[in-house]
Design a protein around this ligand. Structure first.
Ligand SMILES: NC(=O)c1ccc[n+]([C@@H]2O[C@H](COP(=O)([O-])OP(=O)(O)OC[C@H]3O[C@@H](n4cnc5c(N)ncnc54)[C@H](OP(=O)(O)O)[C@@H]3O)[C@@H](O)[C@H]2O)c1
Length: 291
C-alpha cells in the first residue's frame, strides 16, 4: 500500500483500500442540497472523470437530494469496479420543506439502509457511517446496535461513525469494530468552536482515530476554510505555485497518515486540482509556518 492510500477495516477479513483524496458527492444536488442538480449530465461526467483520475472512494447519503447523489453514482458508475468504495450514511432525513429531520429509530435506520441499497444498486453497502442527529429520540447504543445488527445480517460490510463526539466514539468502540470516523475538520476549525454551527469535534477525534488506527474522514474542510482570510495559506500557496484549496487539502494530508479528505466540488477543474493536491509536499519549516 502506498502513502497515497489508506486501509479501511484493517484487521478484518475484508479491508478496503481507498486512494487519497476521495470525493464527497453532496454538492451534486440542487439548491440547499435538495433535488436534482442543474446539470445532471455534467454531474455524471464529473463522477466518471473522478474515477478516470484515480478516485476510488465516494461519500454519499440517501438524504442528499434525497436519493439524488446515490442515483447519480449508480447512473455514472454502475456496475462498479471492484476497487471502488461507496461510503454512505444514516441518521437523518430531509423534510419536503428541505429541513433536516432526525431519522434514527431502529425501523427508520433499517429503511434508510434499504433505500441506500436500492438507490446504489448494491446487495451490501461497503461502509455506512452512523450519526445520531442532535435532539433525535432514542439512545446512541440503540441506533448503533441496529446498524451493527444490519452488518451481521450482511447488508453492511463496514460500520463507521459520523459527527461522533468523544463519548460516542468511546461507546462505539466497545460495541463493535469502528471502521472510520467522518467529522468536520479543517485548517481553520481544528477543534470544536462552541460558536460554530459545525460543533463536530473533529480535532478531538483525530488523535483517537490515530491511536486506534482508524481512518478519519474530514468534511467541510474547504467550506470552512476558503471563505476565511488564510493569509499564511495564501502566502505559501503563491510561493509553491499551487492554489489555496490545494494547499488546504495537502495540509490535511500532512496532519496524519490516517486522514482521508473528501473535498466536494461541482467543477472538473477543481476536481483535478484537488486530486493533484496529494502530490504536494511540505518542508518542516513550511508546516511550522502554517501552524
Ligand atoms: N458526515 C457529515 O455529516 C457530512 C456533512 C457535510 C458534508 N459531508 C461530506 O463531505 C463532503 C465535503 O464537504 P462539502 O462538499 O460540503 O464541502 P468542502 O469539500 O469543504 O468544500 C466544497 C466547496 O469548496 C469549493 N471547492 C472545491 N474544490 C475547490 C478548488 N479546488 N478551488 C476552489 N474552490 C473549491 C466548492 O465549490 P465548487 O463546486 O465551485 O468547486 C464548494 O463550494 C460532502 O460532499 C459530503 O459528501 C459529510
Amino acid at each position: 500500500m502506498s502513502n497515497k492510500e489508506i486501509m479501511i477495516g484493517a484487521g478484518t477479513s475484508s479491508p478496503l483500500i481507498a486512494r487519497k483524496p476521495g470525493y464527497g458527492t453532496m454538492r451534486l444536488t440542487g439548491e440547499g442540497f435538495y433535488g436534482e442538480p442543474r446539470n445532471r449530465e455534467g454531474a455524471i461526467a464529473l463522477l466518471r472523470k473522478a474515477v478516470e483520475l484515480g478516485v476510488n472512494f465516494f461519500d454519499t447519503a440517501d438524504f442528499y437530494g434525497p436519493g439524488v447523489t446515490n442515483r447519480l453514482l449508480a447512473d455514472a458508475l454502475y456496475p462498479y469496479s471492484d476497487d471502488i468504495t461507496i461510503a454512505t450514511k444514516v441518521g437523518t432525513k430531509r423534510g419536503t420543506d428541505k429541513s433536516w429531520l432526525p431519522y434514527g429509530k431502529p425501523e427508520e435506520l433499517r429503511t434508510s439502509v434499504e433505500n441506500n441499497l436500492k438507490e446504489l444498486k448494491l446487495d451490501q453497502l461497503p461502509l455506512v457511517h452512523y450519526g445520531k442527529a442532535a435532539h433525535s429520540p432514542g439512545d446512541y447504543e440503540e441506533g448503533l446496535g441496529t446498524i451493527l445488527a444490519l452488518q451481521k445480517e450482511g447488508k453492511i460490510l463496514h460500520v463507521g461513525l459520523s459527527n461522533a463526539s468523544v463519548d460516542q466514539f468511546n461507546t462505539a468502540i466497545k460495541m463493535g469494530k469502528v471502521a472510520s470516523v467522518e467529522n468536520m475538520y479543517s485548517y481553520t476549525q481544528r477543534v470544536t468552536d462552541p460558536a460554530s454551527p459545525y460543533g463536530f469535534q473533529g480535532g478531538e477525534l483525530l488523535p483517537l482515530c490515530q491511536e486506534h488506527q482508524i481512518p478519519f474522514i474530514p468534511f467541510f474542510s474547504l467550506e470552512t476554510s476558503l471563505p476565511t482570510g488564510q493569509n499564511k495559506m495564501k502566502e505559501l500557496a503563491d510561493i509553491k505555485g499551487v492554489t489555496i484549496a490545494q494547499l488546504n487539502i495537502a495540509w490535511l494530508l500532512h496532519q496524519s497518515e490516517w486522514i482521508l479528505p473528501i473535498p466536494g466540488t461541482t467543477s472538473i477543474q477543481h476536481l483535478e486540482e484537488n486530486i493533484n493536491a496529494a502530490g504536494i509536499s511540505f518542508s518542516n519549516d513550511e508546516l511550522a509556518f502554517l501552524d
